[in-house]
Ligand binder design. Structure first.
Ligand code: ADP
Ligand code: MG
Length: 473
């Protein structure tokens, strides 16, 4: 059996105000402190399109290679639900702002382009809040009227792994462009997964839609569960029903929520209060001129121009702040990109994770880290010393050189000085020299250790080893 998946992602646009009103969108306010009469659709109010939301949608559309519709239309989607007191949601239906486009993903060693159907602007609804025992429910309308862009993929995704790769790429992109903060816990990036199965050669099967899954791990589990559930039904002679299901993370299963509505149930009609959205090409061209280098282009550049591995390039381009910081490290350092990448990905990220800080909150700047990587590259520091210096720099404002001086750490690379230490060690340990010459090669490490001791760990171990080999023949 083959699985088919199509994803609908609700991306919350990063605007200060709602899509049709001036009410604030900030997360976490007192319930119902941020919903105004327009958000509630009170009689006599008029919605006015927020230009900032349009610009963000256009920006994402350009990055996705979508056609930007010069004219799009807002409709009313009519339904009853407690969190939608006005009885309809304003959403683009027949004429969305973005048409087509796609996202390139890589799963294992395979590249694939996931085509998009469309993306449309719409307003969010409020939310129901339940007490722990479900005895009382309240309605918080702060979210009502928050701008969303719903990105709809074609049904061309064939596994949970592809679905997650697609979602991660889209998530990286919306954050990269500043289109959304992408905060999944706060609901800024939510996904509905449509799943069906069929036998090879047959038309697409009946789909179930799993609503509002808000973590990559849960999307993967929910899809895998749903694929297996549908295969079991079909293999035992049953039929999958078209319905909306809910993923229960605690039990790791999907449950039926309601029968699936069809478009005609919603009685869509163009919103009489909103004129068609007409985009002039100047706005589109301004957004195009502001587009930054996109994550995929940057990843390829890292591999091709900087010679980084596929893995490192992918890691570094998952997040714009991280990638920009890496660029600053390279710019500030005389070391090769590969060495800079190692320091950024392992030491710097490790320290930030341990301190629970984002890169923007880092006490160590990219420029200072660049200085440290330079000292590793020019041999001033052994890798062990460099880690000590890194820790000192992370906890202070010292430059690399200041921290090295403060700690009294400097690798001795002076060949003549090292040769003198080697000589001294060999004269003091004649017994071991004789044993080494009689064949006990393991003693090389002993001699290196003695030199390190004499130099308080500041000799360059590679140079010491080379000198000892030379001297002992
Ligand atoms: P709605 O869910 O609003 O009724 P659509 O019919 O446009 O909207 O489909 C929404 C999503 O479902 C799209 O991402 C589409 O790719 C996906 N989809 C449609 N048919 C199937 C199918 N048979 N199997 C899996 N996904 C499907
Ligand atoms: Mg749907």
């Amino acid at each position: 059996m083959l699985a088919t998946i199509g994803l609908e992602v609700h991306v919350q646009l990063n605007t200060a105000a709602k899509i049709f009103s001036g009410a604030a969108t900030a997360y976490g306010a007192e319930p119902n402190a941020q919903a105004c009469a327009i958000d509630l659709g009170m009689p006599g109010t008029l919605p006015v399109m927020n230009a900032a939301a349009v610009r963000l949608a256009v920006r994402l559309g350009l990055a996705l290679g979508s056609t930007i519709a010069p004219r799009s239309i807002f409709a009313r989607k009519n339904y009853f639900y407690p969190d939608l007191p006005k009885g309809y949601q304003i959403s683009q239906f027949e004429a969305p702002i973005l048409i087509g486009g796609g996202i390139d993903i890589r799963v294992g060693q395979t590249n694939k382009r996931i085509e998009l159907t469309r993306a449309h602007l719409e307003e969010d609804a409020g939310k129901s809040v339940h007490d722990a025992f479900h005895r009382e429910s309240g309605i918080d309308l702060n979210r009502a009227g928050t701008p969303l862009l719903e990105v709809v993929s074609e049904p061309v995704i064939e596994s949970a792994a592809e679905a997650v790769a697609y979602l991660k790429a889209l998530h990286t992109l919306v954050r990269w462009l500043g289109v959304s903060d992408g905060n999944m816990q706060e609901g800024s990036f939510r996904c509905d997964a449509n799943v069906s199965v069929r036998k090879p050669g047959e038309a697409l099967g009946t789909r179930a839609e799993i609503k509002n899954v808000n973590s990559f791990r849960f999307v993967e589990k929910a899809i895998d569960y749903e694929i297996e559930r549908q295969i079991r039904i079909i293999e035992s002679g049953g039929k999958v029903v078209q319905e909306t299901r809910l993923y229960d993370a605690q039990r790791d299963e999907t449950r039926s929520m309601r029968g699936k509505e069809s478009a005609h149930d919603y009685r869509y009609f163009p919103d009489p209060d909103l004129p068609p959205l007409i985009l002039d090409s100047a706005l589109i061209e301004t957004e195009r001129s502001r587009l930054p280098e996109l994550p995929n282009a940057r990843r390829e550049r890292y591999q091709e121009d900087l010679g980084l591995s596929e893995y490192d390039s992918a890691q570094l381009t998952q997040d714009r702040a991280l990638s920009d910081a890496f660029e600053s490290v390279i710019a500030a350092s005389a070391a090769p990109a590969k060495l800079c990448a190692n320091w950024v990905l392992s030491d710097w990220q490790g320290a930030l994770n341990a301190a629970n800080l984002t890169i923007d909150q880092s006490p160590l700047s990219a420029e200072r880290l660049g200085g440290l990587v330079t000292r590793v590259h020019d041999g001033s520091l052994s890798s062990k010393m460099a880690k000590q210096v890194f820790e000192a720099m992370f906890a202070s404002d010292d430059s690399a050189d200041a921290a090295i001086a403060r700690l009294g750490l400097k690798q001795v690379n002076d060949i003549d000085a090292l040769a003198a230490h080697v000589e001294a060690v060999l004269t003091e340990n004649t017994t071991q020299v004789a044993q080494f010459q009689a064949g006990n090669q393991k003693l090389l490490a002993f001699f290196v250790g003695q030199v390190m001791k004499r130099t308080q760990g500041q000799a360059n171990p590679a140079q010491v080893t080379a000198l000892l080999r030379d001297r002992l023949g």
